[in-house]
Design a protein around this ligand. Structure first.
Ligand SMILES: Cc1ncc(COP(=O)(O)O)c(C=O)c1O
Length: 384
């Protein structure tokens, strides 16, 4: 049975990327060698690295004064590399606390300097993005997590600030248009929209070195990787190659704008189904809902395990919410076709028919449809 892959990460990748990647393991591009055995200093890999870097720049519109790095250690390593390179002893960095990943970043920053948590959505289980806060201009940077994979919330507008902005974009980079010039540094573990686990993308201003007074160990110093073109030590050749193939797929399928449009359609399809369905409820506040990770719960908690079991039987993989919050999560990354989301919507509706009874579903749906028609005749005021 074909699986519908809604995993949060490692996540779905385009079929053609998987096909080409698997072929390269046997023989890379007529070289009589497996990609796994080519030299990371050879011309084949140099080309892969250089073209990948260029595609990231072209796709996202990265200005010249920025560099693109392929590093290791996951986004979690960036939680420590960022303050190591940007936060001086005795100085302060500002963080917005939007949940578990933000907290892990905060914890690491405290090893290096003072942390000012300028806003937090902990009071409501991280179901929204804080909006009102002031950031001291003495802060060395402001750190945000643009998409909160676990809670299903997303910044739809980046904070407006003059201090350097640093963003963990692990779960929404390449899913929507951004203006990289608003950030001093962006990082993302590859395993959502870019490739397999094992490589981390960093987009940074070239002058990121020398911002702090302390000495930094070589591997943790951004300057090392800028100077050595992401090949100071042996890079994860295969993981970077899969990113290269995914970047080509992105480019050949309309680029970021096209991805953003489809992602919005996918999210709208799913949220609409959840909202009109009396058996399920969305978790995140509507204005802050993520286009990448839709979180929802069932109104009868006793049915959670049954729903998951039936979903698995129907081939829907990865719908279990993160272990720290429970419920369900459907991840809608770039490579997930819209048809899969429609299929999930149908499955959710069928589940409801089964449990709540046809009448109780159809009556509210009928009234919703009536309301829609009435609004479209009279002019809708819903979105105001
Ligand atoms: C937003 C976000 N930040 C950081 C991480 C941690 O990434 P890694 O496992 O690559 O360290 C994740 C993992 O899912 C994530 O979703």
């Amino acid at each position: 049975m074909k699986k519908h892959i809604f995993n949060a990460g490692p996540a779905i990748l385009p079929d053609e990327v998987l096909q080409r990647a698997s072929e390269s393991v046997v023989e890379y591009d007529g070289s009589d060698m497996s990609l796994l055995t080519i030299s990371h200093r050879g011309k084949e890999f140099e080309k892969i690295l250089e073209e990948s870097r260029q595609m990231v720049k072209d796709l996202l519109g990265v200005p010249n004064e920025y560099d693109v790095l392929f590093l290791q250690g996951g986004a979690s390593m960036q939680f420590c590399m960022v303050p190591y390179n940007l936060l001086d002893d005795g100085k302060t960095a500002s963080y917005i606390d939007t949940g578990s990943w933000a907290n892990k970043a905060i914890k690491e920053a405290k090893f290096f300097g003072n942390v000012n948590v300028v806003a937090s959505s902990e009071d409501d289980g991280y179901t929204y993005i804080p909006k009102d806060y002031t950031i001291s201009d003495k802060s060395q940077y402001l750190h945000i997590t643009t998409n909160n994979t676990i809670y299903g919330t997303q910044f739809h507008q980046e904070p407006n600030t003059y201090i350097p902005l640093v963003a963990d974009m692990s779960s929404d980079l390449f899913s929507r248009r951004i203006d990289p010039s608003e950030f001093d540094l962006i990082y993302a573990g590859a395993q959502k929209n870019l490739g397999p686990a094992g490589v981390t993308l960093v987009i940074t201003k070239k002058d990121i070195g020398n911002r702090v007074k302390r000495d930094i160990p070589t591997m943790l110093d951004y300057q090392t990787h800028i100077d050595k073109g992401s090949a100071f030590n042996t890079p994860p050749v295969f993981a970077i190659y899969v990113c290269y193939l995914t970047l080509q797929w992105l480019r050949d399928n309309g680029g970021i704008k096209a991805m953003e449009e489809t992602n919005k359609q996918k999210a709208a399809t799913l949220y609409e189904e959840i909202d009109k369905n009396p058996l399920f409820k969305g978790v995140a506040h509507q204005d802050d809902r993520s286009y990448m990770n839709a979180t929802f719960v069932i109104n009868e908690p006793g049915l959670e395990a049954t729903f998951l079991k039936e979903a698995e039987q129907e081939g829907f993989s990865g719908l279990k919410g993160h272990r720290s919050v429970g419920g369900f999560r459907a991840s809608l990354y770039n490579a997930l076709p819209i048809e899969e989301v429609t299929a999930l919507g149908r499955f959710i509706l069928d589940s409801c028919y089964l449990r709540v009874g046809l009448l109780e579903v159809i009556v509210p749906l009928f009234f919703q449809a009536l309301l829609k028609i009435q609004y479209s005749i009279n002019g809708s005021h819903i979105s105001k």
